[in-house]
Design a protein around this ligand. Structure first.
Ligand SMILES: [Zn+2]
Length: 103
């Protein structure tokens, strides 16, 4: 249950803010497109994705047997750290509901 009257601080958005980045309150849609979150996720994806590609696909790339399937796997290799970084940023900046924590 959503508690609290805080609205998203993006103009023309009336959704409830579920995330707070400093003084900026954001709804889920605008938290996902918040520039610092996206920028960090891209940096993490490029760094971690490249390492994972080298670990997992170096033999295929060096042998020159690049197929559409391998290209799709490389894309997913970059998508995973991007998603984890974005999820972590949103989870760390989620506004806590006014209810007791359960264990
Ligand atoms: Zn919004």
């Amino acid at each position: 249950m959503a508690i609290g009257p805080t609205c998203c601080s993006v103009s023309d958005c009336n959704r409830a803010a579920g995330y707070r980045f400093g003084t900026s309150a954001r709804c889920r849609r605008h938290a996902l497109t918040y520039r610092p979150v996206v920028r960090r996720a891209i940096v993490v994806a490029l760094f971690v994705g490249t390492i994972l590609c080298i670990i997992n696909q170096a033999d295929v790339l060096l042998s020159g047997h690049l197929t559409a399937f391998v290209v799709a796997k490389i894309g997913l290799t970059y998508l995973v750290p991007f998603s984890v970084s974005t999820y972590s940023a949103l989870a760390a900046n989620r506004v806590q509901a006014n209810e007791p924590q359960s264990m």
